[in-house]
Write a protein that binds this ligand. Sequence first.
Ligand SMILES: C[C@@](CO)(OP(=O)(O)O)[C@H](O)COP(=O)(O)OP(=O)(O)OC[C@H]1O[C@@H](n2ccc(N)nc2=O)[C@H](O)[C@@H]1O
Ligand SMILES: Nc1ncnc2c1ncn2[C@@H]1O[C@H](COP(=O)(O)OP(=O)(O)O)[C@@H](O)[C@H]1O
Length: 287
Amino acid sequence: MKITIKAPAKINLSLDVLHKREDGFHEVEMIMTTVDLADRIELTMLEENKIVVDVSEGFVPSDNRNLAYQAAQLLKDKFHVQKGVRIAIQKNIPVSAGLAGGSSDAAATLRGLNQLWNLGLSLDELAGLGAQIGSDVSFCVYGGTALATGRGEKIKHISAPPPCWVILAKPPIGVSTAEVYRNLMVDDLTHPNIKNMVAAIEERQYQEICQQLGNVLETVTFKLYPEVQRIKDQMIRFGADGVLMSGSGPTVFGLVKHESRMVRIYNGLRGFCNDVHAVRLIGERYY
Ligand SMILES: C[C@@](CO)(OP(=O)(O)O)[C@H](O)COP(=O)(O)OP(=O)(O)OC[C@H]1O[C@@H](n2ccc(N)nc2=O)[C@H](O)[C@@H]1O
Ligand SMILES: Nc1ncnc2c1ncn2[C@@H]1O[C@H](COP(=O)(O)OP(=O)(O)O)[C@@H](O)[C@H]1O
């Protein structure tokens, strides 16, 4: 038996850090939403009691460092599953990009194995398990649009933003999330107004959403990698309605309402950045 599932990328429309916690993690407030750029996960039941991962990108680990592997292992251990699985991952989401590709693969694996192994778990239960793998996995279990708090694992669903194009541009560097948090000066931040962003989304005020975009991690990543700031400046100059770095970066996204402008910006960016995608904002939950 085999099933195929999509694992979509996320962007952070708002990312604020309140303080560093005793456990070393940071207390965050983030607005996350899914976009139409997805990895494809194929799960095949194996009678032999083992987990096998095949991943299309050679530099992504296929052993127990792979987050999809960890998701399968967690379910096997917790529910004493005596069957195995082959997890084939077609990577379309850039890696170490701030788009939660690995977390989304783990979340899709949790959803898929729940079905394949007949575990009968609710999405809330899967999201709770996902938090044991990584802070972004809980959101990815549900998708859609949400306010995420705690270390990112406490999820409150909100309405989808109005539809628009999302241009994603990733410079050829990988960013370590841990390094970015480690270098953050928590007492020295200009905080985005999350309440205003939630209101703008709920009221479907597209221009206001573009005005309210904010991510405190830009202060670190722009300093470590000035080329990320340059991509942001280019996207603003090309005329995107709103521009922000996603997560810990280095991907920068631009929101654009009109298709003709999206095409112009996309072509402009392709001139000096190889990894550019123009996708739709999904924002709705489909699980
Ligand atoms: C920054 C964000 C924004 O959505 O995403 P990415 O840029 O990774 O996509 C997330 O907070 C990343 O979530 P995720 O990538 O799942 O992080 P985890 O694996 O849980 O943690 C990686 C490391 O980041 C730091 N970390 C992560 C989350 C958090 N709230 N505080 C932290 O300090 C910790 O040092 C941790 O060891
Ligand atoms: N299924 C996976 N897809 C991508 N990267 C993975 C996966 N499993 C583990 N990783 C590792 O996780 C790290 C971060 O990957 P990713 O989720 O793409 O980035 P981000 O956290 O910035 O969104 C990389 O070092 C990568 O090697």
